[in-house]
Design a protein around this ligand. Structure first.
Ligand code: SAH
Length: 220
């Protein structure tokens, strides 16, 4: 990819990106590794060119087919909750969308597995991974409610679409001690939950209210 496109200019420059990172820090994102991964990931390449100048605002943006790229603060927050300062080997992401969250994870863990039910979005996302030279991502077109059995168990699972209830396969595909970060609820707003697999079973901690598109069953 052309260097200038990667680095960005004006509203997509590294300086603009740096301002967003400072804002996330001010809003309470503490994990410097997560912030560094976000600084190094050109969010403007994950949205339509017409929206590139807004890529470093702390806001969700449309990515087509009624879906959105998550607000940077939420991406930072969920990634921080997933890692909790630990080095994870394998992570499953449900809801690839434009692939921005996937790309952030690729810089922080060894292997990222990601599933998306909309073929067209998945196709665009995998093209971006290739252009950015991200080689530790495996992507599949499927209903993530079933997880991705072939590569389980995972050291962490992150879900970026909201189910009414936590899908059981996702719990089953957690390694001992691993965490699932997931928005849960059937309305426009959901609670962000972290479920940890313990020796005895599962422990759930609820965090802030978030607003995700619904997790939809089946492939589109
Ligand atoms: N992480 C994404 C967020 C995309 S929005 C990003 O950074 O852009 C959520 C995505 O979840 C949408 O692309 C939607 O198609 C997808 N999705 C919804 N239900 C799904 C399911 N059951 N399995 C896989 N993906 C699903």
């Amino acid at each position: 990819m052309k260097d200038i496109q990667l680095r960005g200019i004006g509203m997509t420059s590294e300086r603009t990106r740096g301002r967003l990172i400072q804002r996330l820090r001010d809003m309470g994102i503490k994990d410097e590794q997560v912030l560094a991964a976000m600084l190094n990931t050109p969010r403007h390449l994950f949205v339509d060119e017409a929206l590139a100048s807004r890529a470093y605002e702390d806001t969700a943006l449309p990515i087509g087919q009624g879906q959105t790229i998550s607000q940077p603060y939420i991406v930072g927050r969920m990634t921080e909750l997933l890692l909790q300062g630990e080095a994870l080997y394998s992570v499953l992401e449900v809801g690839t969308g434009c692939g921005y969250q996937t790309a952030i994870l690729a810089g922080l863990v060894d292997r990222v597995y990601t599933v998306e039910r909309l073929d067209q979005l998945l196709h665009q996302a995998t093209q971006r991974f290739r252009k950015l030279g991200l080689r530790n991502i495996r992507a599949q077109h499927s209903d993530g409610g079933w997880g991705w059995e072939a590569h389980a168990p995972y050291d962490g699972i992150i879900v970026t679409a909201a189910p009414a209830e936590i899908p059981a396969p996702l719990l089953q595909q957690l390694a001992p001690g691993a965490r699932l970060v997931i928005p849960v609820g059937s309305g426009r707003q959901q609670k962000l939950s972290v479920i940890t697999r313990t020796e005895e079973g599962f422990e759930q901690v609820d965090h802030e209210t978030v607003s995700f598109v619904p997790l939809v069953g089946g492939r589109g």
